[in-house]
Design a protein around this ligand. Structure first.
Ligand SMILES: *Cc1c(COP(=O)(O)O)cnc(C)c1O
Length: 371
């Protein structure tokens, strides 16, 4: 049997031949960036596919997060989750905002709405939750709190391309949602990202902020950044969009097969699907419980010796990194559920080109190492 390295994800690429005509179009047009024709076409195509009103493309998700906070003029303190990729909290520090970590829900590992109110102070201006692994947050509960305390809500939706909750895009909740099109994500443009917002006026402000704050040739209204997506990435995105349906379908099959074949292994617990949601199967996290027999880290290391590179997303927690750990809200006692999950979680390989035999290799190794 093959023993080739198996990574947690493998970038999903269109056939190169399909990309060549749009590359030629970019070359011929001589528009390479600055909101050229591909950029505009890709924005419209994404709005239609995702079922959202307005979208502004970025060169990556992190710059989109930074700009979303700037566009909404967020200051002071922002409530966020420690259980995410580090860019979530970094976007706050880059804006001079103090992150306030709140613990996560033990079932979906998203920001726990029941714990948000206790963390609100007079300095709080916004909530930045993450739809972790593409599982929708409790958007209704978060909206209720935001309305009561007059807070903005910016969702880090980097995992949630194509996810729906109760029949509509999860990107339509909150004031803004931020996507990442990084190579490792469900939908990629090599590097890329976007902000989803609700009206043309807000999109205009975002478009100015991603272009240094220029509003016309000679007027600069804010210390904006260079966050523009290039024509190359936009052209690639348009081709990728032709294949996303098939990619999500294939991911769904892999997800279902893991659930069926891991079900009888004691101590291996799959995250339950969220009720009422259309998932994108962006990750396949399992929790390694004591009944499994060996720890998560032992399983992680043993899988590596078999050339299977599962990942401990999200360990360490953001709140454990040196630039955050001195914050009062970063104390382990404040975040027991997140700490517990970070010790037990392991994300298994899931990507459209994962073969049935490679998936079986993963399942067999997990089965052989347990009690
Ligand atoms: C990937 C990711 C980001 C950053 O996106 P980039 O496009 O890589 O800058 C932010 N937040 C979360 C939760 C992510 O997974």
């Amino acid at each position: 049997m093959s023993d080739k390295p198996l990574y947690v994800t493998e970038p999903h690429l269109p056939p190169l031949e399909e990309f060549l005509p749009s590359l030629r179009e970019v070359w011929d047009s001589k528009f390479l960036t600055n909101g050229g024709p591909m950029h505009q076409k890709f924005e419209r195509a994404l709005c239609e596919y995702l079922g959202v009103e307005q979208i502004a493309l970025f060169s990556n998700g992190t710059l989109a997060l930074l700009t979303a906070l700037q566009a909404l003029r967020i200051t002071g303190e922002v409530i966020t989750t420690p259980y995410s990729f580090v860019a979530t909290a970094h976007s706050l520090l880059w804006n001079g905002i103090k992150p306030v970590f709140v613990d996560v829900d033990p079932v979906n590992l998203n920001l726990d709405p029941a714990k948000i109110e206790a963390a609100i102070t007079p300095q709080t201006t916004a909530i930045m939750p993450v739809h972790c692994y593409g599982h929708p947050c409790d958007v209704a509960a978060i909206e209720k709190i935001a309305d009561r305390y007059n807070l903005k809500v910016i969702y880090d939706a980097a995992h949630s391309f194509g996810v729906e909750s109760d029949g509509q895009s999860v990107l339509n909740f909150g004031d803004m949602s931020v996507l990442s099109f990084h190579a490792t994500k469900v939908f990629n443009t090599f590097e890329g990202g976007a902000i989803v917002c609700k009206d043309a006026k807000t999109k205009l402000r975002i478009d100015q902020l991603k272009n240094f704050g220029f509003v016309d040739e000679t007027t600069v209204v804010a210390p904006g950044i260079n966050g523009k997506m290039s024509e190359f990435n936009a052209a690639l995105g348009l081709v990728q969009l032709q294949h996303i349906g098939e990619a999500l379908r294939r991911r769904g099959e892999i997800d279902a097969r893991y659930r069926a074949l891991l079900a009888d292994i004691p101590g291996i617990e799959c995250l339950p699907p969220s009720p009422g949601s259309k998932h994108n199967y962006s990750y396949f996290p399992v929790l390694v419980k004591p009944e499994y027999g060996i720890t998560r880290d032992e399983l992680y290391a043993a899988m590596r010796t078999k050339n299977i590179y599962a990942r401990r997303y999200f360990y360490p927690l953001i709140s454990s990194f040196p630039m955050y750990r001195a914050l009062p809200s970063a104390a382990a006692a404040n975040l027991p559920v997140a700490h517990h999950a970070a010790e037990q979680v392991l994300c298994l390989p899931i990507f459209p080109s994962l073969t049935e035999s490679d998936q079986q290799r993963v399942i067999d190794v997990i089965r052989s190492l347990g009690r």
